[in-house]
Design a protein around this ligand. Structure first.
Ligand code: TYD
Length: 207
């Protein structure tokens, strides 16, 4: 059995990752490719429980190191129980956020540093990386407008952090994509969903 491909969508809040993940899955299904769409933090019952701990709005939130450990723990369960078994049975896995979110949010914007985040990922998930990571980049104005429309001013504990934090997230993502070009495709997410989907297909199909 040929192992499935693992594709991750990354980007800041309101970039349109979830919509694009669904559209890509539909396009692959039409081509006869079986795929699973999943998300982080979450994707398994254990990881969804950790998601609640991370994103619930009560209290002051976690210390940056505890936050990074919780994301790594959620990812570990997701990788072991859902992602690897699906790939092993030949399915493609399309994941809305993966380890590059931890690198950008906790490692870059949160100040933990990349080496510690990757060390946690090594322990939790044996350093698994997606075959292709699609970074959807939008202007801060587009991101804010989409997030407002979706969340109605009720962002989660991390989404609700200030503009400076989210600007650091965006530049950390850009730096990762720049440094690891063979692993990333950068997609302009400001256009409407159908056009962004065409750009996604153009990045995925040759691979
Ligand atoms: P998500 O539900 O994908 O948010 P959105 O749809 O707004 O993009 O992710 C929830 C939040 O968790 C989001 O603010 C990003 C954050 N996050 C991290 O900080 N580190 C991580 O490793 C992951 C997967 C998400």
């Amino acid at each position: 059995m040929t192992r499935g491909k693992f594709i991750a969508f990354e980007g800041g809040e309101g970039a349109g990752k979830s919509t694009q993940a669904r559209m890509l899955a539909a396009a692959l299904t039409e081509r006869g490719i079986a795929c699973v769409v999943t998300r982080e933090p979450g994707g398994t019952p254990g990881a969804e429980a950790i998601r609640e701990l991370l994103l619930g709005t009560a209290g002051d939130g976690w210390h940056p190191r505890a936050e990074a450990l919780l994301f790594a723990a959620a990812r570990s369960d997701h990788v072991a129980r859902l992602i690897l078994p699906a790939l092993d049975t030949g399915k493609w896995v399309i994941c809305d956020r993966f380890v590059d979110s931890s690198r950008a949010y906790q490692g870059g914007a949160g100040g933990l540093g990349d080496a510690d985040v990757m060390a946690l990922h090594q322990v939790g998930s044996q350093g698994l990386l997606a075959d292709l990571t699609l970074l959807i980049e939008v202007s801060p104005e587009t991101a804010a407008a989409r997030a407002r429309a979706r969340d109605g001013g009720k962002a989660d504990r991390i989404g609700g952090r200030d503009g400076a934090y989210h600007a650091r997230v965006a530049s950390a993502f850009a730096a990762l994509a720049q440094a690891e070009r063979e692993r990333f495709a950068r997609i302009d997410g400001d256009a409407d969903a159908a056009l962004v989907h065409q750009a996604v297909l153009a990045a995925v199909m040759p691979r």
